[in-house]
Ligand binder design. Structure first.
Ligand code: FAD
Length: 412
């Protein structure tokens, strides 16, 4: 028996390694269109590769997947973040967990992660044949297995096929969404697709004045109030960005918005404090600093640069003496701080990190990653309708589903 794995990214690399570990004698063709393996892994995490997350327990980790949470649970229990860390460390890549629980190679070098696999496949007892610069253009069933057509090359036959072609974000890395058509040609449904983990452009221009200002903790909410996320974010020259924005973008990935139909969001700068408590705090600050001007005093409760935006937003005179600020005015200030309104008119181009949507997970067995429609066909990684927030979750699910697909293809 032989196995073809199409796509030498995170999921494909781990699938091939899993086959090699489970059944070293089995022949594997790992097919990658690029001249090198793991291009996206190398550039991930700003070139440092945020390999996985240090968050625990697994239930909390699964909360970070807006789509595919239940589907990946089995794969994630078999190969959870701690096991991923142990696996890479056992293969010679010491890792470190940063304060925000993102896990990186101690070397801060994404390339060291891919090197693990290159070494594994180059070892003398490896039966993984790495086919670089090999662009698969179509797949079909043939006899008991599959036939893969290759651009400018001979077709490849395989008994089992693992599709790990990724999503279609950052297409210059080679992940152009080819696998969706392959999956459809083998009878699968591909859901609607949308970019996720992007920054937001806003109609309001004032964020530009604060460009670079980061807020450690805020709750960002979409207008319906149901979708929200608490975490750090920052203002940019065109709107807002950072982890909480990326997470909210994932939650609203399938909503359409533009200049004519903006997506209204709000930012709560003080999520742990009720409105009346915050208003009371502002009143205290104004009383005890009564001779200072209002803008300065508000600057004790929120970043100074934002205090200027706040007084403008509530139509107050920032130069007035704080002692003169009425309760009504201070309550309006508190209300603004609890729900700063922004109209999102676009996604930050090019910085989307994953594709939301993909191969319909109901058609794939979560305990094996095998197709329920075409036996012998397996899926893993971002090609599936699975996506996570930033913080190592997308690579984590790719390692976990890749490992399970490889083991199942090798042994099932
Ligand atoms: C800039 C950026 C930074 C990121 N940072 C992080 C991070 O720090 N942590 C994190 O968890 N996630 C991060 N992600 C997301 C994460 O990298 C992906 O979700 C993950 O790599 C998906 O793995 P995959 O194996 O499914 O697909 P990919 O890594 O996209 O691999 C798919 C492979 O298939 C190949 N391929 C596609 N079509 C064909 C074909 N027809 N023939 C042959 N080969 C083909 C492609 O060339 C590619 O190498 C980042 C993404 C981007 C774009």
């Amino acid at each position: 028996m032989n196995i073809a794995i199409v796509g030498g990214g995170a999921a494909g690399l781990m699938a091939a390694a899993a086959v090699q570990e489970a059944r070293p004698n089995l022949g594997v063709s790992l097919i990658e269109r690029n001249p090198e393996l793991g291009k996206k892994v190398v550039i991930s995490g700003g070139g440092r590769c945020n390999v996985t997350t240090g968050a625990t327990p697994l239930g909390a980790v699964l909360e970070s997947y807006p789509r595919g949470r239940a589907f990946i649970e089995y794969a994630m229990r078999r190969f959870p973040p701690q096991a991923v860390v142990a696996w890479f460390e056992a293969h010679g890549v010491p890792l470190k967990t940063e304060e925000d629980l993102r896990v990186f190679p101690q070397s801060d070098e994404g390339r060291s992660v891919v090197r693990v696999f290159e070494k594994l496949f180059q070892s003398s007892n490896s039966n993984v044949r790495v086919l670089l610069r090999t662009h698969v253009t179509g797949v079909k069933k043939s006899g008991r297995g599959f036939a893969l057509s290759v651009r400018d090359g001979e077709s490849i036959e395989a008994d089992r096929l693992v599709l790990t072609t990724g999503g279609q974000a950052y297409r210059m890395t080679g992940s152009t969404g080819d696998g969706y058509a392959f999956a459809e040609s083998l009878g699968h449904t591909v859901t609607a697709l949308a970019p996720s983990l992007n920054s937001f452009f806003t109609a309001e221009t004032w964020p530009k004045e604060l460009s670079g200002l980061s807020i450690v903790r805020a709750r960002l909410r979409a207008a319906d109030g149901k979708k929200s996320y608490e975490g750090p974010f920052l203002f940019t020259h065109r709107g807002v960005s950072g982890p909480a924005v990326f997470a909210l973008s994932a939650l609203v990935a399938f909503e359409t918005y533009d200049a004519l139909h903006p997506l209204m969001i709000s930012i709560d700068l003080s999520p742990a404090e009720r409105l009346d408590a915050l208003a009371g705090r502002l009143a205290n600050l104004s009383r005890t600093n009564g001779k200072k001007n209002l803008k300065t005093v508000l600057g004790f409760a929120l970043p100074k640069a934002l205090a200027g935006v706040l007084v403008r937003a509530v139509g107050a005179d920032g130069d007035m003496q704080a002692a003169q600020a009425t309760k009504k005015l201070l309550t309006a200030c508190a209300a603004w701080m609890k729900a700063i309104p922004l109209s999102v008119v676009g996604r930050g181009a090019g910085d989307e990190f994953v594709t939301a949507g993909g191969v319909e997970t109901a058609e794939v067995n979560p305990r094996t990653m095998e197709s329920r429609i075409t036996p012998g066909l397996f899926f893993a990684g971002e090609i599936l309708n699975v996506d996570g927030f930033t913080g190592g979750f997308n690579l984590q699910s790719s390692w976990a589903t890749g490992r399970l697909a490889g083991e199942s293809a090798a042994t099932g």
